[in-house]
Design a protein around this ligand. Structure first.
Ligand SMILES: Cc1cc2nc3c(=O)[nH]c(=O)nc-3n(C[C@H](O)[C@H](O)[C@H](O)COP(=O)(O)OP(=O)(O)OC[C@H]3O[C@@H](n4cnc5c(N)ncnc54)[C@H](O)[C@@H]3O)c2cc1C
Length: 458
């Protein structure tokens, strides 16, 4: 079977790369390897996506949808006998409706392109994450991305009003709802959001936009205990009257990492506090918001919740604070990092991390542990950096140490990155047998031939 020829007959010669050309492309952000696949199809419309899927369905060929390849769980990996379906030629922002406050986009539009386009209308698309320049909105929906402002606006799931998806057999399900409230039957969009390309290929989206905040205040804060971090979160959320927009925590070793050479960042406050928090408030009245933010900070200091703080005086201060938190690539420079994205109730975080520090020290010996995360949402990124030569041997050991205790702490093996291939063996830590059985029934109903991203998630 000549897959390349068959697909070229359907969507054109230039729209399909053969295996050799596919292998010249990188497999993604932070990846040393290149792509492999029998062919890489680049359809330019929903109709062409449908033709590719119908053919693959009829010929039992596996299909892996790819967006910006910034996913961190090997969800978009393909094998040499599969077809990659890239959304890179579907990058139109079709409509921005400032009255309904919606944007209709093709799935290959990057997150940053939409963020910038809606700014011209004094609107905001609130999803934000470090990979914004490359990650696509289709990929954001397929992974149910979270990012920096979940505490205020929710995850991608909360920002998608409608979507269009192509099913395994090529059927187009256009559910491009523009309404905030629509209880007419099952909420079909939610089936595809977070399904990592296993139930359908997302081709278009209707996204909910918000008013652009015109004032922002930030502080980088030093704290002495984890209890105070948790109390500071409650205090700021209560005091800021709904304007709290980010609450990012950094454990000492991560703060030191991003504020010491070779990192470019300079430490805005001393480097010896056990915990650091980046807190952000966004509102619409510069004077009043600043006063409220400063009052809340002052009260936190007087009540002994925080011991030190650098408070932003300008937008460039805010950018500088965020660039420290976003400089996660530094973990690549101190050993080979094993990267985790877990969720925990805030009340369990200290016990969990203390327990993890002990078990890592007892079991794997020398390593670097960097913890940071979207603490306001209960999401921690745990990075365990080991020596390059120990990486393969230690990886499964470290995975056990990180994942196994999560169930007892009511945690989750994936907060926002998804399951992909990487976390599949651990899905049952966070999901019951009946939940897994229902997931498999859904997969079977929507993709009976198992051609969509085979082997991923369930
Ligand atoms: C520096 C950096 C920072 C990051 N920060 C965050 C963060 O804060 N929060 C967060 O949640 N994630 C974060 N990520 C992870 C990543 O950016 C997100 O998972 C993102 O949503 C993936 O989008 P993508 O277009 O790159 O998808 P890809 O990597 O191409 O694909 C990811 C998955 O989605 C599927 N998929 C892609 N497009 C479609 C489609 N159109 N239809 C169906 N399935 C599809 C793929 O098959 C795969 O399973 C970060 C990554 C990096 C490198």
């Amino acid at each position: 079977m000549d897959i390349v020829k068959a697909l070229r007959d359907l969507i054109g010669d230039k729209a399909v790369l053969d295996a050799a050309d596919t292998a010249t492309r990188s497999a993604g952000v932070w990846r040393p390897d290149n792509l492999q696949a029998a062919a890489l199809a680049r359809p330019a419309s929903t109709e062409e996506v449908s033709k590719v899927l119908a053919w693959c369905h009829a010929n039992a060929v596996g299909v892996v949808a790819q967006g910006g390849l910034t996913g961190l769980v090997h969800g978009a990996d393909a094998t040499a006998d599969q077809v990659i379906l890239s959304l890179e030629r579907m990058r139109n922002i079709e409509e921005i409706n400032p009255v309904q406050r919606t944007a209709t986009v093709e799935a290959g539009v990057t997150l940053q392109a939409l963020q910038e386009a809606v700014e011209e209308h004094a609107l905001m698309f609130p999803l934000d994450l470090g990979a914004r320049g490359t990650a696509t909105l289709g990929g954001n929906a397929a992974t149910n991305a979270g990012g920096n402002r979940v505490i205020r606006y929710g995850m991608m799931r909360d920002m998608v009003l409608g979507l269009e998806a192509v099913l395994a057999d090529g059927t187009v399900v256009s559910s491009l709802n523009h309404l905030i409230k629509n209880n007419a039957g099952y909420d079909l969009r939610q089936l595809f959001i977070g399904s990592e390309g296993t139930l359908g290929v997302i081709t278009r989206l209707v996204l909910r936009l918000r008013e652009q905040p015109s004032a922002r205040n930030m502080a980088l804060v030093g704290l002495e205990t984890f209890d105070k971090v948790a109390a500071f979160l409650k205090h700021m959320d209560h005091s800021l009257g709904g304007t709290l927009s980010a609450f990012e925590a950094m454990w000492q070793s991560f703060y030191q990492l991003v504020t010491s050479p070779p990192a470019n960042g300079k430490p805005p406050i001393a480097q010896d506090y056990p915990f650091y928090v980046l807190v952000e408030s966004q509102g619409a009245d510069r004077e009043l918001d600043t006063q409220r933010f400063n009052n809340a900070m002052e009260a936190a200091y007087e009540n002994g919740l925080i011991v030190d703080a650098a408070i932003s005086q300008s937008e460039s201060d805010c950018e500088a604070f965020w660039s420290l938190r976003d400089d996660v690539e530094q973990v690549l420079h101190h050993g080979f990092p094993i990267i985790f994205d877990i969720s925990l109730p805030i009340g369990e975080m200290e016990a969990y991390t203390t327990n993890l520090k002990t078990s890592l020290a007892e079991t794997i010996g020398e390593h670097n542990l960097y913890i940071f995360g979207h603490l306001g949402d209960g999401n921690l990124h745990v990075n365990v950096a080991v020596k390059a030569e120990d990486y393969q041997r230690l990886r499964p050991v470290v995975e056990q140490l990180v994942y196994a205790p999560l169930a007892a702490f009511q945690g989750s093996v994936s907060a926002e990155h998804g399951i992909g291939l990487e976390k599949k063996p651990y899905l049952d830590v966070s999901r019951s047998a009946n939940e897994l059985a229902l997931m498999r029934s859904l997969k079977q109903a929507l993709d009976p031939g198992n051609i969509l991203n085979p082997g991923k998630v369930v």
